[in-house]
Design a protein around this ligand. Structure first.
Ligand SMILES: Nc1ncnc2c1ncn2[C@@H]1O[C@H](COP(=O)(O)OP(=O)(O)O)[C@@H](O)[C@H]1O
Ligand SMILES: [Mg+2]
Length: 353
């Protein structure tokens, strides 16, 4: 069992009379890499700033390493934050930037030399100690900002979209390095991004937010395969969402068809999510296959190399996406059967917030 090192309890935050965080609670295990994911404006930066101490919540508690800290000033919390716009000191060279926090804490020259040396080596900055920020690329400046946070050995490292200013290729390299270093050091990290691929590929746990509400927290697989709200289903990856009529059974009515689900659907209107990659197509009319089958008409198709993406319309006029991987030269047209297994016919139990 991993220990819980950080916990937010019922956090609410207003700016003026505008509430931007609504009753957010979550726990972070020691050594985990946790990603806060959501569209721009959903409150990610506000949450990081409350953990770091730059904003105070209006109500709720923040616990870190056994202390309740929501009213503790930033310098008295053992957190370190890397801002989206690196915020290096322009008049200081790399060594001075990275050693700054330790100098403020009056650590000995020897300790500073050792810790800065380690952090620079980890971030592959050795040899650049004398450079000034304006003499470095965006990627290098970003590494300096991370090194400056690492030397503080914080109880939690807070990273606010630290890769968003890098080009796609560099982003991927730094992403892998960052995750390796974080794991080597066993450093508890909260990482903010609006990039779902980044969140799925780097994290031990993902927290999905929208409009200041926490929609779901879970391991990447759970978030992808078992989204709890229609927003999560649609925000992570691509999906088909359909409205169904529940009868307190493992199946639902969809128009004249019956669909078997991965869970019991209570009485009432619910949403079901079916991923495009879960769909198979057949030109045959299939009465009873294994799992679910609906008839549809292909309205459009796109060859994407590793897959064919089909746009379909079912009998109720609802639009679907179906992805056929490794398609070779096969192209379906006209009316087809869409098949998908019941365990990939996911019942979304909660409505949007
Ligand atoms: N200092 C501030 N004063 C007033 N409103 C703010 C302030 N900071 C953020 N907001 C508002 O709070 C909401 C959440 O912002 P933010 O936490 O920056 O979102 P994100 O980081 O997810 O893009 C937005 O509506 C934003 O306009
Ligand atoms: Mg932000």
């Amino acid at each position: 069992m991993q220990d819980i090192v950080m916990e937010l309890k019922h956090i609410n935050k207003f700016f003026g009379d505008h509430q931007v965080i609504h009753d957010v609670s979550f726990q972070v295990k020691k050594g985990d890499f946790v990603t806060l994911l959501g569209p721009s404006g959903c409150g990610k930066t506000t949450i990081l700033r409350m953990i770091a101490g730059f904003y105070e919540p209006d109500s709720g508690e923040i616990h870190l390493a056994g202390r309740q800290i929501e009213r503790v000033p930033p310098y008295a919390r053992n957190t370190a934050m890397v801002f989206q716009e690196y915020a290096l000191f322009p008049h200081m060279n790399v060594y001075e930037n990275v050693s700054y926090g330790l100098r403020v804490r009056r650590r000995s020259a020897e300790v500073i030399r050792e810790k800065v040396g380690e952090a620079l080596a980890l971030m592959q900055l050795t040899g650049l100690e004398d450079r000034y920020p304006n003499q470095m690329s965006g990627g290098q400046q970003q590494r300096v900002a991370v090194a400056r946070a690492l030397v503080m050995e914080p109880d939690v490292l807070l990273l606010d979209e630290p890769l968003s200013n890098l080009d796609a290729k560099l982003r991927e390299t730094v992403r892998v390095e960052l995750r390796n270093i974080q794991q080597q050091m066993g450093l508890t990290t909260i990482y903010v991004t609006h990039d779902q691929q980044e969140a799925l590929s780097m994290s031990d746990a993902v927290i999905i937010m929208k409009d200041g509400y926490l929609h779901q927290q879970g391991e990447p697989h759970d978030i992808y395969f078992e989204p709890r709200t229609p927003f999560v289903a649609d925000f992570i990856g691509t999906t088909n969402l359909i409205q169904v009529e529940g009868k307190n059974a493992l199946w639902v009515n969809y128009g004249e068809d019956v669909l078997e689900l991965d869970a019991t659907c209570p009485e009432g209107r619910y949403t079901v999510s079916i991923r495009p990659e879960a769909i198979r197509l057949s030109e045959n009319v299939i009465s009873r296959g294994e799992g679910n089958c609906l008839r549809g008409t292909i309205t459009h198709s796109m060859f994407l190399g590793e897959k064919m993406r089909y746009f379909l319309r079912d009998k109720l006029g609802h639009e679907w996406l179906g992805d056929i991987h490794d398609p070779g030269r096969k192209v379906y047209t006209g009316e087809v059967s869409m098949m998908f297994r019941s365990e990939r016919t996911h019942l979304v139990l909660e409505e949007a917030m």
